[in-house]
Design a binder for this molecule. Sequence first.
Ligand code: BDR
Ligand code: CA
Length: 319
Amino acid sequence: MQINNKPKLIIDTDPGHDDALAILMTLLSDQFEVLAITTVAGNATIEKVTRNAQAILDLIGSPVPIFSGFDEPLKRKLVTAVVHGESGMAGFDTSSTDCRLTQNAPEKMVELVTANPEEITILALGPLSNVARAIQLDSQFSSKVKQLVIMGGAIDVPGNKNRVAEFNFFVDPEAADDVFQAEVQKVLVPLDVCNTVILQVDDFRKVQNERLQSILIPMMEHFFGGLTSDEGTTGILVYDALAAYYLLNPHAFTLKAMDLVIETQGEHTFGMSVAEKRPHKVGKTNADVVVQIDDSQFRQDFFNILSRKTMTSLPDAAD
Ligand code: BDR
Ligand code: CA
């Protein structure tokens, strides 16, 4: 039996155009043993994001198993995104993709992490509902996770869902609050840094894989339309892909340790990630927050990785 020495990863996700880019980049890089993709209600309903996730895997012939989460956040009604369109991944018709709703994502996380203590990184690309439920299920879960890399939060920039909250924390603030109180090593990729890396649809013509390019271009046209009209951006923000890139090349990132709490009560501020900035209070920290990213290095690696024809780990990939 072949031993796999690659670092182990679970991707928790709500595809989502940028989730799709993150999943493709991570799998095509072939640098991780991806044990599971867990889906979470967020950008669209759990049915839609799970189908979208399966369609992305089918695109590159990936056999990674998918486990779906619940259909609601911990305590609130689901609010889906606008920028990704009704399907959650406008521009890529996934309606004929077969998928199964297992509704056991948190249980699966606990099972995998328990079987591989301190070995698994979780890349969390959606609301933190599954991760928080896993923490509730097993009091030892946090200490057994190697690292949690999260896309979410807005520290010193306006929110993209209400005035101050970023979408993933806005959708399930109670879950984000639980996770930030948990003793697990966290790296946070917030809106602040995501807003600095702006791509255009034409950039995706650099993807030297005709089939993938022909699927990504219409997807990115729709995402561009959604972001520019709903959020007033000047191009495509690839949020989750930056969080995935952190795993592939942490040297391209500058981090700052911070102490963060998540607002769950405020009428106008729920979902806000509130950093301790009072100089005399700074001491204890609970997350390493990305404050800078090497934009040109990211672009170069991102398009190179997406240009690979298929996953090199697949038996027929070398053909
Ligand atoms: C986050 O919200 C979602 O719409 C994106 O997929 C990303 O995870 C950005 O705020
Ligand atoms: Ca996402």
